[in-house]
Design a protein around this ligand. Structure first.
Ligand SMILES: [Zn+2]
Length: 221
């Protein structure tokens, strides 16, 4: 194939390659019963003449229920044995992991109803900085964002996957972050309110705990 100047035209594109890393049974939060799952990894590649050549991002891992086809974070596989994961909750890498988790949850709330806009990125950076007591870089958000688009796990399914790792106090932080993220564009709209209610249920927060989180979040602003 050549262009009008006689220079070969290289056909470049991109594709996602998904492969299965493991299979097994898990307790699917959506189906509410034991189901078969596949642990899969998805990675975008630059293609040249439709042949994947160069990886464009990290491998994004997700668990997919073979029945309902919903996707979950791999942390969902440890839901049934929370004792092992809770043990590490006091060290600093666990604290870092938690920061990534609530930031991801907040980001998923923002992109639940569409693409992320420039003002939303700035607002999310501000929320992250307030709650983490450290500057949240744009690059960090960008990475989380592309990872979220890659593995396409919804906010609800993400929280279902990881909530078992969180203490009651941490759940409050997650709720604050999600509330602030949901109200980035001003007033809360019914779909966002509904989503917050769903997350409240998934984290098993009482009405009182939910209210406390919202109050604390409003005070932050
Ligand atoms: Zn399922």
């Amino acid at each position: 194939m050549t262009c009008s100047l006689g220079v070969p035209l290289i056909v470049i594109g991109s594709m996602n390659l998904t492969r299965t890393l493991a299979r097994g049974d898990f307790s699917c939060p959506h189906c509410g019963r034991l189901q078969a799952y596949r642990l899969r990894a998805r990675r975008p590649f630059l293609t040249v003449y439709l042949i994947p050549m160069i990886p464009l991002g990290d491998r994004e891992r997700f668990v997919q229920c073979q029945q309902c086809r919903n996707r979950f974070d791999p942390a969902v596989l440890e839901r049934d044995s929370p004792s092992t994961s809770r043990l590490t909750a006091s060290n600093s890498s666990a604290a870092e992991a938690f920061e990534q988790q609530w930031l991801r949850a907040a980001l998923l709330v923002v992109i639940e109803h569409g693409q992320m806009t420039e003002p939303e990125i700035a607002a999310l950076q501000r929320i992250g900085t307030q709650l983490a007591h450290r500057p949240v870089e744009r690059e960090e958000l960008g990475q989380l964002c592309s990872s979220a688009y890659q593995n396409r796990i919804s906010a609800k399914h993400y929280v279902q996957s990881v909530a078992h790792l969180w203490s009651d106090e941490q759940k409050q932080t997650v709720m604050q972050a999600c509330f602030l993220a949901a109200s980035i564009d001003g007033d809360l709209q019914p779909p966002q309110m509904e989503l917050l209610q769903t997350l409240k249920q998934e984290m098993q927060l009482t009405d009182e705990e939910f209210q406390q989180a919202i109050e604390a979040a409003v005070e932050l602003e």
